[in-house]
Design a protein around this ligand. Structure first.
Ligand SMILES: *Cc1c(COP(=O)(O)O)cnc(C)c1O
Length: 372
C-alpha cells in the first residue's frame, strides 16, 4: 500500500487482503526483485520468440523438466494445450480452428467433479481451445473405469484439475490417468493452477502441467506450461492462431521467470511462522465476550495457518456475515475468508498482510463489534 498517490488519483479504494490469493483483488503482490526484472523487460527490446524460448529453457532447467513455456494465464494454458493437440503442426487447422470442420479428434475427458468454476468454468477454456468436453463419472464419483469407458477414436486427451475447488473424494488418481494415457497413447493434461509444487505432477508422469503465474509463484499476471517437449513445441505454434489473443508481454515473461527462480530457491514461510505472527491478534480478540479466536491449519493440507474467528451472534447481537461485510465496507476494504460466515466463522489469512495491517484488522473488528 506504499503508492497512495495512485489510490488518490483514481479514487480507488485501499484493500487489505486477508483472504488469500484472490483474482478479484489482483491475486498477489510482487517482490522487489521481480519488479526490477519487469522494469528491465519493459525498458528494452527483445526478439520475442528468442525471449520465450530462452526463458522457457531456463525454467525447464530450474525445475528439471523436459520443457517449459510462459503463457498469459493458466486459462490460456488450458485453451492452448487443447488447441495444439487438435491442430498439431497443421497450419490450416491452426488458422481455422473454430470455423471449419476437420476430421480430427477433439474430445477431452475430465472427471465430472473437476469441471469447476474458478471464476469461469474449466469447460469454457476447453471449448475456447476447440475441444469438446466429455465428463467422466458423476459429481461425487469418478473411477478409472468411468474414464476408460469414454475413450474412443475421437478422444484427444485426458484431463485432471488439481484444486481445492474440486470434489476431493471418490476421484480417479493422477497415476491411474497416466496409466490410461500410456495404454491408449493419449496425453494427460493437468490444471494445477494454484498448486505449490511445480514438479510433483510432471514427475507423476503428466504430459502437460499448467500453473497460474500470480498464485503460489507470486509472479506477474501470466501462466506457466511445463511438460514433454513434443507437446510444448506444439503449444508454441498456437501464437499464429488463437494464441495471438493471449499474448504475454516481455515484462511479464521476465518477471515470471525471476519469480519462479526465487520461488524454487526461497525458504517458504511455514505454518509455524504464521502461527507466531497471529498470536497477539488471537489473544486480543479472545478477550472479547462472544468471540472465540484460534489458529487453524489449512484444510487441504498445505502448510498454512490462519486465524479463525467464531462469533456468537446471541452474545454480540450481530452475526459473522454482517461483520465480514462491514470489514469490506470500511474506508479501507478488508477482505477475509468468509465462505463459512453462515456457520458463524470467518478466517484471517495473513500471508499477504503486514503486521501494521493486522493491527488495522484487529482495531476494525473491535470497532464493528463495539460500535453496534
Ligand atoms: C485460478 C485457476 C485457474 C486460472 O488461472 P488464471 O491464471 O487466472 O487464468 C485455472 N484453474 C484453476 C483450478 C484455478 O484455480
Amino acid at each position: 500500500m506504499s503508492d497512495l498517490s495512485l489510490y488518490e488519483k483514481y479514487g480507488l479504494k485501499q484493500v487489505i487482503n486477508a483472504s488469500g490469493k484472490m483474482t478479484i483483488l489482483g491475486v498477489s503482490t510482487l517482490s522487489e526483485e521481480v519488479v526490477q526484472d519487469m522494469k528491465k523487460g519493459a525498458s528494452n527490446f527483445f526478439e520475442i520468440k528468442d525471449l520465450l524460448d530462452k526463458t522457457g529453457a531456463y525454467i525447464a532447467k530450474t525445475l528439471n523438466v523436459e520443457s517449459a513455456y510462459i503463457v498469459s494465464s493458466a486459462s490460456a494454458g488450458i485453451a492452448l494445450s487443447v488447441a495444439s493437440l487438435i491442430s498439431k503442426d497443421n497450419l490450416d487447422i491452426i488458422y481455422n480452428l473454430h470455423s471449419r470442420k476437420y476430421d480430427v479428434p477433439r474430445e477431452i475427458i475430465l472427471p465430472k467433479g473437476h469441471n469447476v468454476d474458478y471464476g469461469c468454468p474449466v469447460e469454457t477454456m476447453i471449448e475456447l481451445g476447440g475441444g469438446l468436453l466429455r465428463e467422466a463419472g458423476y459429481s461425487n464419483q469418478c473411477k478409472k473405469e468411468h474414464v476408460e469407458a469414454l475413450i474412443n477414436e475421437n478422444t484427444l486427451a485426458l484431463m485432471y484439475v488439481k484444486s481445492h475447488h474440486c470434489v476431493q473424494k471418490g476421484m480417479v488418481e493422477i497415476k491411474e490417468l497416466v496409466d490410461l494415457g500410456e495404454k491408449y497413447k493419449l496425453p494427460v493434461i493437468i490444471d494445477a493452477a494454484a498448486e505449490e509444487d511445480l514438479k510433483k505432477y510432471y514427475n507423476l508422469g503428466a504430459d502437460v502441467v499448467i500453473y497460474s503465474g500470480a498464485k503460489a509463484i507470486e509472479g506477474p499476471t501470466s501462466g506457466l506450461v511445463i511438460g514433454k517437449k513434443k507437446y510444448i513445441d506444439l503449444i508454441k505454434l498456437q501464437s499464429q492462431g488463437i494464441g495471438r489473443a493471449m499474448k504475454v508481454g516481455k515484462e511479464n515473461i521476465l518477471g515470471l521467470t525471476r519469480a519462479i527462480e526465487l520461488y524454487e530457491n526461497s525458504i517458504k514461510t511455514t505454518g509455524e511462522e504464521l502461527n507466531k505472527r497471529l498470536e497477539g491478534f488471537i489473544n486480543t480478540l479472545n478477550k472479547i465476550n462472544g468471540v472465540e479466536a484460534k489458529s487453524v491449519k489449512d484444510d487441504s493440507g498445505r502448510d498454512i495457518v490462519r486465524g479463525e474467528l467464531s462469533f456468537n451472534s446471541e452474545v454480540l447481537n450481530l452475526n459473522a456475515k454482517y461483520i465480514a461485510n462491514e470489514l469490506k465496507e470500511g474506508d479501507i476494504a478488508i477482505y477475509t475468508r468468509d465462505y463459512r460466515a453462515n456457520q458463524g466463522k470467518i478466517e484471517i489469512d495473513i500471508r499477504s498482510v503486514s503486521d501494521e495491517e493486522l493491527k488495522i484488522i484487529e482495531d476494525r473488528i473491535i470497532e464493528i463489534i463495539g460500535g453496534k
